[in-house]
Design a binder for this molecule. Structure first.
Ligand code: NAD
Length: 278
């Protein structure tokens, strides 16, 4: 178990997508270190479930139904958070994901493909995935940015992906959007460096969650052909567990460890990115 980071006790974290598999574990962990948490999730029930888990153990958390692509919804959430907690210190831009409308059937071009080819990808499906992963980080950063700048040691954590570096086959919109997250992380880090707001990303390797389980597991829960390729490319030969992201999160959030760290994207990937395949 990670030792308690007393330095962040009493701070307030806003976590978009905090009802999801990875970010709900981040929420629970931050609360363990004394952080008060606002879960902003599009599906209210998912956010509330995480809040119930936290409050049943004595932690402080609220869930607010929020769409990260709707500025008004974010502004409403901010108002409620400021009324309840009075401040914002940490923003985790965790909402993100993929959709079948933006995924090709074959990995590589096939002239006589029977499943969805690159040319069949629906423009609006492609844009929706791109927006969720990019604009869904840009808008919350804008809406919460001014309040973050009032905090003593504010920080933004974005969530990138292995697909940001060498894009994974089949998922061009998601890959392009996650690449833009690394770029935007650096942009914001530079823009706000002298104002004291640190901006970093975490790039998870492969974790089986709601958004990718259909790609990674078959109907019987066995590895798909794609999972087998991932395993072959992951030197540690396993999928990550959500709790394996938490050390990176606490390092980046707590300036007593990372006060000179901004603009970086930290891979937590079992060696995937380091491996050339040879
Ligand atoms: P998840 O689907 O469990 O969580 C995503 C959450 O975001 C869900 O609770 C969903 O309701 C919420 N959400 C979706 N659209 C939203 C919107 N418009 N407004 C507000 N909330 C919205 O997925 P996860 O795997 O836990 O993913 C969390 C983040 O990590 C995502 O950004 C994802 O792209 C990234 N990521 C995941 C993996 C992985 O292997 N699972 C790898 C790399 C990066």
């Amino acid at each position: 178990m990670i030792p308690i980071h007393e330095n962040i006790d009493g701070r307030v974290a806003v976590i978009t997508g905090g009802g999801g598999v990875l970010c709900s574990r981040m929420a629970v962990e931050l609360v363990r270190h004394g952080v008060k948490v606002a879960i902003l999730n599009r599906t209210a029930a998912k956010g509330q479930k995480v809040v119930d888990e936290i409050t049943s153990k004595g932690g402080v958390a609220i869930a607010i139904e929020t769409d990260v692509l709707d500025r008004e919804s974010l502004v409403r959430a901010k108002k409620a958070i400021l009324e309840q907690f009075g401040r914002v210190d940490i923003l985790i831009n965790g909402a993100g994901g993929n959709h079948s409308d933006a995924i090709t059937g074959p990995e590589k071009y096939e002239e006589d493909a029977t499943s969805k080819s690159f040319f069949d990808l629906d423009e609006s499906g492609f844009s929706d995935v791109f927006s969720l992963n990019f604009t869904g980080t840009f808008l919350p950063s804008q809406v919460f940015g001014k309040d973050l700048l009032k905090a003593e040691s504010p920080t933004i954590i974005n969530i990138s992906s292995m697909s940001a570096y060498a894009p994974l086959t089949k998922i061009p919109a998601y890959s392009a959007a996650k690449a833009s997250i690394n770029n935007f992380t650096m942009w914001m880090a530079v823009h706000f460096a002298e104002a004291g707001l640190r901006v970093n990303s975490i790039a998870p390797g492969f974790f089986v969650t709601e958004q990718n389980k259909d790609l990674l597991l078959d109907e019987n829960g066995n590895y798909t052909a794609r999972s087998k390729k991932i395993m072959a490319a992951t030197p540690m030969k396993k999928f990550g567990k959500p709790e394996e992201l938490l050390g990176a999160l606490l390092f980046l959030v707590d300036e007593s460890y990372s006060s000179f760290v901004t603009g970086t994207t930290m891979a937590v990937d079992g060696g995937f990115m380091a491996y050339s395949g040879v």
